[in-house]
Design a protein around this ligand. Sequence first.
Ligand code: GTP
Ligand code: MG
Length: 255
Amino acid sequence: MSRKKTPKRKGASGPAASALHAADGSRPARPGTARPGPQARPNGPPQPGRPSLGGGDFYDVAFKVMLVGDSGVGKTCLLVRFKDGAFLAGTFISTVGIDFRNKVLDVDGMKVKLQIWDTAGQERFRSVTHAYYRDAHALLLLYDVTNKASFDNIQAWLTEIQDYAQHDVVLMLLGNKVDSAQERVVKREDGEKLAKEYGLPFMETSAKTGLNVDLAFTAVAKELKQRSMKVPSEPRFRLHDYVKREGRGASCCRP
Ligand SMILES: Nc1nc2c(ncn2[C@@H]2O[C@H](COP(=O)(O)OP(=O)(O)OP(=O)(O)O)[C@@H](O)[C@H]2O)c(=O)[nH]1
Ligand SMILES: [Mg+2]
């Protein structure tokens, strides 16, 4: 990850909510009780493949990916869209603490398992989530294009990442909810500018329509897989170039 400058801490904020919320809607997350599963290792060498304990999904390498950003930006919805291909419409139920879902991807013939941690954006859970940054191989940092404050808080999140995550963590900036064209207050160019300033790959996404959601996770999986190979057999994967080339504009996929 390259960052041009050290951002100033502003203090992230988000709407208050209180109900329990698990990423799959079945198991509520309890703050401080979730632990990385046996298949996720701290940042460093990925674990060699084996079947997962629960689902029997075989894989060659496993990585831990964390979703971060203000409350309400759509982290849980992004994960549910990626994992289940569905959108959680209706009442917003804020995540409590942290929870995770697994998904195995086929990346150029290799089974790459992503253990994706969905964190609570609310300030009061920050100390819980801090403990998990260190183990993350990749971070997806989200803001909501219809919420200026969530965009303004990105610098604060970057400070937090700098303080708690591994220095070589794969980091990508995502502007979510681009389906809400009428409510948009953060222009695509603003996101691009900020991403450029910090040397981050950037995409706009929609958990509602699915725009660029698979692409974001696939790009991260490709980058992690390549990094994990001692002698890369393929040409160097370039995350920035990949998301620029493959990313689709918001206008192509409105419902
Ligand atoms: N239109 C639109 N709404 C979305 C999208 N993603 C999420 N939402 C809505 O935004 C609200 C918040 O989504 P969540 O995924 O729960 O937000 P979160 O970032 O997980 O919030 P915390 O768990 O509090 O950190 C919900 O009402 C979702 O239905 C999107 O891409 N488009
Ligand atoms: Mg959530």
